[in-house]
Design a protein around this ligand. Sequence first.
Ligand code: SAH
Length: 692
Amino acid sequence: MKTFCGRANPTTGAMEWLEEDENYDYHQEIARSRYADMLHDKDRNVKYYQGIRAAVSRVKERGEKAIVLDIGTGTGLLSMMAASAGADFCYAIEVFKPMANAAVKIVEKNGFCGKIKVINKHSTEVTVGPDGDMQCRANILVTELFDTELIGEGALPTYEHAHKYLVQEGCEAVPHRATVYVQLVESKRMWSWNKLFPVHVEAEDGEKIIVSPSEMENCPGVPSVCDIQLNQMPSSDFTILSDVVTMFSVDFSKPVRSASTYYRVQLEPVKSGKAQIVLSWWDIDMDPSGMINCTMAPYWVKSTSAFQWRDHWMQCVYFLPNEEPVLQGEKVYLTACRDEYSVWYKLQKARGEEENKADVRVESPVCRCQAHLLWNRPRFGELNDQNRTRQYIESLMKVLKTDSVCLCISDGSLLPVLAHYLGAKQCMHPSGIDLYHPDELRCFFFKFFKANHLEDKIKIIEARPELLTSSHLEDKKISVLVGEPFFTTSLLPWHNLYFWYARTAVTSHLTNNVTVLPQSASLHMMIVEFQDLWRIRSPCGTCEGFDVQTMDDMIKNSLNFRESKEAEPHPLWEYPCKSLSDPQEVLTFDFRKTVPQQCLSTEGSVNLSRKGKSHGAVLWMEYHLTADISVSTGLIQISNEKVFLQSNLLCQTVYFFSSVIESETLSDLPSAVTYAINFNTKTGEIAMDFQL
Ligand code: SAH
């Protein structure tokens, strides 16, 4: 059997559906899964074990048999904990077949066959009774079905069903309760991931300001949660406007309702400012007393001794629909609305309680301004990066002349507007490159140009670059071809090389002495030691005394499966690393020329100049706009081995080495890592190989 997988084709900028081996999806799932990260999460594992022991004891003290239901058993870990704690029997439910198979093996290897029954079903399909999956209802309910937003993986409907059909009334639940906390903040940095800030352009005829359409101002944006490693956000990047307050909590030992609802709290701002963002996280109490607590609270809320790095649970950033000025001491109401799977927030000034209640509409946010469909959060962050914009402005000023005819090839780009203000005679912008949103794109740009009175100044060509004809260009030749470049289908930095293919396709429409901006791009690389990110790829061996090597082997096998072992995108500002080598340019792509027929290959070695663990290589692109102006999508600076990368949400590439070399001293340092990198010009893909 074959399955179809969506993949961006960097040579066409389009999504294509490729036939893949039936195991492809499953290997991707395992290789990129968070199972390893969970098994490395000592804090979580220890507390689950404590909570499970306590629950089993309470049931035993009542003189009952301890019958455990473990929903979403994964490796079988929590069931094995329960069995070791003296549970009489465990039903371990797992919907994902490869994991259920792994659980069977792991349970057997650890000698719990007679105590744990693995059931490969979704919990809502599980039957109870003499001929059912479970002989009887359970009196202990153990789960770990939480994501960063707590409920995004469907914990609420799963609990609702389990209480109705699978567990006894008055059952013990581990965790016993979850509590969601919020804090109101102002943050220009985070707000820049959600709204387009005015862009200031110093043009020859005075300052121009590019503004966004008014619809964007009150647009609630997209409903997907923004989950980040808030612990990497320096306190100078946000201003706290309220204390931490409890928004809502869920008692898992009682029947749970998943139906949409809302919660409201009163906040008294501790500082005046612009309320823009609700930061949120949760904690779980493993037992009713609250003595065994596992918290996601960020660094400024809890002591550092409680700190545990993890990537499977982080913190949430919620954007209010619009920024709201608040005054210190002047009460406001914060409302959390939720449906079965997600949460969103509204802020209201204190008024009559009844009036406020009438205001609560529980429908999930939808983008009304189209910008949030066109630009995702990293893209907003990139467009709002003023330093970056300045580089583009400076380089456009260098290359544009009053008679320039300018064509821009990039998705959702502001470059045509900049080029217009900076003096290009005519600016054109092909639309429809982004096949997903052509209507939104047209509609948004129509509003955007209108808001800036540019409707008749910039021409949107509704054709992909490959299909451009002279009549689209009004029989003119392009003298300046620009791109950021950026394309929404790009997953990895080099997928934006589609610009090069598009440039090649439009060659016949270019003047002989055309200026291409950027004139070239280069791929850069550095060997690093990660502070924490290495955990997501590192084998675990044993976890709380249980042998989980089967899981390690499974992940390794999936990583070695064709194509799974490839570069991964990660926004590296969230994952600190230190440099073990100097950054090195490994490949260059000359946009002034067309894409060559033959592949671009390079081989070489990077010297390891500092001691540490070589976890992998970090790669990023730099665009050389002109001979002396470049923008980097990765490294900004290295100081004292500490690496500073782009601080918006933009992804760089990580290539994890299959084995880690560790050097305690400089003398036992292997001198170099050798690499072979190949850019296949036919497919637009880059393949890499490293030897330690
Ligand atoms: N309990 C393990 C794994 C937790 S990950 C541990 O703590 O280490 C959550 C697992 O639950 C995933 O493997 C997922 O496939 C499974 N899952 C989620 N919802 C489920 C449901 N309703 N029924 C069965 N399995 C579920």
